[in-house]
Ligand binder design. Structure first.
Ligand SMILES: [Zn+2]
Length: 63
């Protein structure tokens, strides 16, 4: 995904910067514990499309 696009993306709920998980193709908000899907390179920034992160995932390194 485009780095500039990524830098512009924030969580629609809390407006924090998101972590991009390249392997999972997800954008992670560690504050809300949500993972937003990236479909065909297009981030889907909808709370109802987001996946809940597990406790382990929330604890992973935040970069
Ligand atoms: Zn958030």
């Amino acid at each position: 995904m485009d780095k500039q696009l990524l830098a512009m993306l924030v969580c629609p709920l809390c407006h924090a910067k998101l972590d991009y998980d390249r392997e999972a193709q997800e954008l992670l908000c560690r504050f809300d514990g949500l993972a937003y899907p990236v479909r065909d390179g297009i981030p889907v920034m909808l709370e109802e499309e987001a996946r809940q992160l597990s406790a382990d995932e929330k604890l992973e390194k935040s970069s």
